[in-house]
Design a protein around this ligand. Structure first.
Ligand SMILES: [Zn+2]
Length: 302
């Protein structure tokens, strides 16, 4: 299947709970169902045994496709999990918990928790970025109108009450973004080293934090004197990502708490990386991320 899945196609493919469960099971186990308690493949399907329709002959425990995943404690039907995942992947600017609650017929609190668990599932990180990569920092939180001013404060501290986020984008590939404590030399260079393959070409603006970066071919453009592109040297790719993230920030979520910012940022990066080619593929990728990953409500609000 090519291109994104329309809502009509989504409902054709997944008319109800049974099809959703089958999809989750296929993503988790393929054709060999194994017991999440002991790993044995000697299992039996007992469809009448809801909500645990599988039984392990070895350890004798019952389980479902949710057992040991981020969905384990949830009573939300998997069809709703699937629809929520579809919505999060499809909406370019994200989906607010209010909107999601309305679509799914659940409370806003339930929708909010659901969204965060899906975001957690999107947090899987690939290998190192390589080739030509662009790096840039941006600030989130606090008053939106100060954003441009704040971008000029290249002193490593950034504006008060705002969370610095570092974004790195392969010129022809993936973007990765995450909050950092401060945008000083230590944190910015660590961000490069931990995320970009040694020997790659790194393009940035003239933030002093990148000066002296070793092991990379580093070049910068001087935004402060109006230089934005010099041959191949520019940061336009990562800046488009910031623009999208900020439109989502203002238009959809209105406010992203600093505590959960990393998940929102990651959601936007994931959608940009995975959401473009094929929605069904992206849904599958997200579901694979849900498996073996846990998140409790307490953990989220503590
Ligand atoms: Zn077992």
């Amino acid at each position: 299947m090519n291109g994104s899945l329309s809502l009509y196609e989504f409902y054709q493919k997944f008319p109800g709970e049974a099809e959703a469960v089958a999809f989750f099971e296929q993503k988790r186990w393929g054709d060999n169902i194994w017991c999440p308690h002991c790993g044995s493949e000697d299992t039996r399907r007992i469809p009448s045994q809801k909500p645990m329709p599988h039984r392990c002959r070895e350890c004798r425990k019952h389980f479902s496709v949710r057992t040991g995943t981020v969905m384990a404690e949830s009573r939300i039907p998997l069809h709703k999990w699937l629809l929520a995942t579809y919505m999060l992947l499809t909406a370019r600017k994200g989906v607010s918990s209010v909107q999601l609650a309305k679509e799914l017929g659940v409370t806003q609190k339930t929708a909010w928790f659901l969204e965060h668990r899906i975001r957690r599932a999107m947090e899987h990180r690939g290998g190192l970025l390589s080739g030509e990569v662009e790096i840039d920092e941006s600030y989130f939180g606090g008053k939106e109108k100060n954003k441009h001013e704040s971008k000029r404060q290249h002193q490593g501290r950034g504006p008060v009450g705002k969370q610095p986020v570092v974004g790195i984008k392969e010129r022809k590939g993936k973007v990765r973004a995450f909050p950092v404590a401060v945008t000083d030399k230590v944190h910015l260079q660590a961000a490069v080293i931990e995320n970009v393959k040694r020997g790659s070409t790194v393009y940035s603006d003239q933030h002093p934090g990148y000066i002296g970066l070793k092991g990379y071919d580093h070049a910068s453009v001087a935004h402060s004197v109006g230089e934005y592109v010099r041959g191949r040297v520019h940061t336009n790719g990562i800046e488009s990502f910031w623009a999208l993230l900020k439109r989502g920030y203002v238009g959809t979520h209105h406010w992203m708490s600093v505590k959960h910012l990393h998940r929102y940022v990651n959601e936007f990066a994931f959608r940009q990386n995975e959401g473009r080619d094929n929605s069904l593929h992206s849904i599958g990728k997200t579901i694979e991320g849900m498996i073996g990953c846990r998140m409790t409500y307490q953990e989220l609000i503590s």
